[in-house]
Ligand binder design. Structure first.
Ligand SMILES: [Zn+2]
Ligand SMILES: [Zn+2]
Length: 302
């Protein structure tokens, strides 16, 4: 008599148990990923970001002397110019078109891995940590900014966007803006710039070739937002500045009064030569290695 109802109750309990088991399991996987994705040690802390505290703590901001204009590492041979300003050799020869570029840290080790986790691994919670770093980089520009500033993430081409499903520069910028909530003179405008065409890999190109490769890649989609305002271009990585310069060129042409650049990371020279760290990335690595330096760069093995 009561058979069928007991049976169905048992069945529903069983289903519930299976469901809650599955939910707990998936929650566990989300909350307790097995290993730190950077160093491989077992994670014990509850976090949506699969990176251990030791690895996060190691991602320090660049403490050494850097170029006042482009953020490049400075070496003793050109520490100060006659005006008392620290500038690298390149900026002494020709000033960049942007007012100043700042970065939180060096594009290497854990910081590089964390950026890759977001960009290529799709680990979106990494954007929050990277956003904090970007906010710190932006704060170093603070004394020089005047009036309202339009914050523009470097855009992806729509084909790349479709493939990745997000623009890492925009995610990082949004996270940074949240941290700076109280200081509302910075206004994020993610659609101000668009990428009109996908650009070929910059690896192995000379500085001149890289500029040519990027020429016409960006366009201002919202000139009314840009005109008469200072603009802060933000991105995950600054390598040689070819992307920053090209974005600056179109923004200035659209009437921006000054253009600033802030990134989470920057490639830094590893010696007082024209040699920089080159990586396998195709979209953001714009190796500044001149052709004659290529064999040397390969020998470094980075
Ligand atoms: Zn770790
Ligand atoms: Zn410089």
């Amino acid at each position: 008599m009561a058979g069928p109802s007991i049976a169905s109750e048992t069945d529903s309990l069983k289903v519930n148990r299976i469901w809650s088991g599955a939910i707990a399991e998936s929650l566990f996987t989300v909350l307790f990923p097995s290993d730190c994705r950077i160093c491989g040690t077992l994670l014990t802390r509850i976090s949506r970001l699969p990176v251990c505290q030791k690895c996060l703590d190691a991602m320090q901001s660049t403490a050494e002397d850097v170029c006042r204009l482009c953020g490049e590492r400075l070496f003793l041979s050109y520490a100060l110019d006659p005006s008392g300003e620290s500038r690298c050799g390149l900026c002494r020869r020709a000033e960049p078109n942007f007012a100043r570029a700042v970065a939180y840290g060096s594009y290497e080790s854990g910081l590089r891995e964390l950026i890759h986790l977001l960009k290529y691994g799709g680990v979106r919670p990494a954007a929050n940590v990277l956003g904090r770093m970007l906010a710190e980089a932006i704060s170093t520009l603070e004394p020089q900014l005047s009036g309202p500033v339009v914050v523009v993430p470097v855009p992806l081409h729509r084909s790349k966007f479709r493939q990745r499903e997000f623009n890492q520069a925009e995610l990082i910028a949004r996270a940074a803006m949240k941290i700076r909530r109280s200081q509302d003179r910075l206004r994020l405008c993610a659609g101000a710039l668009v990428r009109k065409r996908e650009t070929a890999s910059q690896i192995g190109l000379t500085r001149h070739q890289r500029r040519a490769n990027l020429r016409g890649a960006f366009a201002v989609a919202q000139p009314e937002v840009v005109k008469g305002n200072e603009v802060l271009v933000v991105d995950d990585v600054f390598t040689t500045g070819a992307t920053a310069s090209e974005c600056t060129r179109v923004l200035l042409r659209a009437g921006a009064t000054r253009v600033w650049v802030a990134t989470v990371a920057r490639t830094l020279k590893i010696s007082d030569q024209h040699l920089e760290i080159a990586g396998p990335d195709s979209d953001e690595i714009e190796s500044s290695i001149e052709p004659e330096d290529v064999p040397m760069a390969k020998a470094v093995g980075i």
